[in-house]
Design a binder for this molecule. Structure first.
Ligand code: GLC
Length: 443
């Protein structure tokens, strides 16, 4: 038969070769296969997986990733789009790390996750990869938000701070100055609403999620209150200032200044309403500015920003937000992940990120960069807001503490509980949580 012939030839070949030479031949063949496979694997591009909120993904794809991949042809970045709320993204990262075998190499981290992720041992310590001089170019608070117990786990990519947007055109027409106090904000709102200048006065994030806590802290501090003192772990939720802050928010709904649905809004619902021209004031983050000023926006060129309002005798508070990159301890590609972080946090990449998406830089010099200021004249003013912004308590149990506040605050705002009962329970639960945490640390 025809196919017997090659087999016979092979047999003859090995008979001629002899036993020892055959062994040598197979060993050489085996080693060459291993070598070729190794070379082939080494030439395969490495893919780094990165999970982020859906609204964040778009700006990342506007050039920054393509540029990085062009400069690093052996590394691919795979963005996985998650839900919009930061706490839902955090849950996805958390369950992946707890289950082990996480698919994520880079961790796109909200400033409030560092302590928890670092304490759980899910991140690589980056302290030795960057010099103090290199770190000094970033806003100190952003660096602080990426550190835990003296070690660095997150390199800041973009900063964030809560602020007040207002309809400059409407205020100018009515010859009114932007408000400084909660009361002035309510009075201006009612006045312009009465005169049919806007349907709503003030829009804020009232849904039960992390954004509610960020917004509430600004009101709470504006009344002189506090949530958790990170130094002493004292809890301030059952103090009178907290009830005043809740009363203000409830009043905005009761008096028709805020729509009843505001207690179901996240950032994007509030932005859309404001951008459609239906409201005088909005509390939000800087990402709103370029969107509200795009050509198709109803309020293009008609808005101003300022620090949040406060009670008389108190001062404005801005919640520090922001995002940065860490490296998952479980990644098989720490070298490539660091190469990506170095590029994404570089001056060049940040400039592009900002010019295209209007995000707030973590590199201080960019706030006054002439090209950036020409496009975003509000940036130098923004730096003042960012500099004064306060971190949410950087404690390892942050996610649970925030969850307690979210639940009870939402209960109080939607009328399911009285504010007094809600805040008493929130304070007690938070104290129990922090005490249990201290016990663990001591053990
Ligand atoms: C923004 C902030 C982030 C905050 C979140 C709340 O993304 O940058 O720090 O936790 O909003 O919704």
């Amino acid at each position: 038969m025809v196919y017997r012939q090659p087999l016979n030839r092979l047999k003859k070949f090995f008979q001629k070769l002899g036993f020892w030479r055959s062994i040598g031949f197979f060993t050489a063949l085996f080693l060459s296969i291993i070598l070729i496979t190794k070379i082939a694997i080494a030439q395969q591009p490495v893919t780094l997986n990165l999970l982020m909120t859906a609204p964040d993904a778009d700006p990342w794809r506007q050039g920054m990733i393509a540029d990085f991949e062009r400069k690093n042809p052996r590394i691919r970045i795979n963005i996985i789009e998650g839900p919009n709320a930061t706490n839902l993204i955090e849950d996805l990262y958390t369950s992946a790390f707890i289950l082990g075998d996480s698919p994520y190499d880079l961790v796109n981290m909200d400033v409030i996750w560092t302590s928890k992720f670092a304490a759980a041992g899910w991140l690589l310590d980056l302290s030795d990869r960057i010099t103090p001089q290199e770190l000094a170019v970033f806003s100190p608070k952003d660096v602080e938000g990426g550190s835990y117990q003296g070690k660095l786990y997150r390199i800041p990519l973009r900063s964030d701070a809560g602020m007040l947007y207002y309809r400059k055109d409407l205020l100018d027409q009515a010859k009114l100055k932007p408000p400084e106090t909660f009361e002035q904000l309510m009075n201006i709102s009612k006045y312009l609403q009465r005169n049919d200048k806007a349907k709503w006065g003030y829009i804020w994030q009232g849904r039960q999620y992390e954004g509610l806590v960020a917004m509430f802290l600004e009101v709470l501090e504006g009344y002189g209150g506090f949530w958790v003192n990170p130094e002493t772990l004292e809890v301030g939720l059952d103090r009178p200032e907290t009830l005043k802050a809740i009363a203000f928010l409830k009043d905005t709904i009761k008096q028709g200044i805020s729509p009843p649905g505001v207690t179901t809004y996240q950032e994007e619902e509030t932005r859309r309403l404001f951008q459609s021209g239906q409201a005088v004031f909005l509390r939000s983050w800087p990402y709103v500015w370029p969107l509200a000023n795009q050509k198709t926006s109803q309020i293009n060129g008609k808005i101003g920003i300022k620090p949040m309002v406060h009670a008389p005798g108190q001062s404005s508070a801005a919640c520090l937000g922001g995002w940065g990159l860490g490296i998952a301890k479980s990644t098989k590609h720490p070298k490539e992940a660091w190469q990506a972080i170095k590029y994404f946090s570089s001056r060049e990449a940040q400039r592009q990120f900002i010019l295209k998406a209007g995000y707030v830089p973590s590199r201080r010099e960019l706030f006054t960069d002439p090209e950036i200021v020409a496009k975003y004249p509000h940036f130098p003013q923004l730096l003042e807001v960012v500099d004064r912004a306060v971190l949410r308590p950087p404690i390892a149990q942050y996610a649970q503490a925030s969850d307690i506040l979210q639940r009870y605050l939402s209960g109080a705002l939607t009328g399911r509980m009285s504010p007094e009962n809600a805040m008493q329970s929130a304070a007690e639960e938070t104290r129990r949580l922090l005490k249990a945490g201290q016990g663990k640390k001591a053990a």
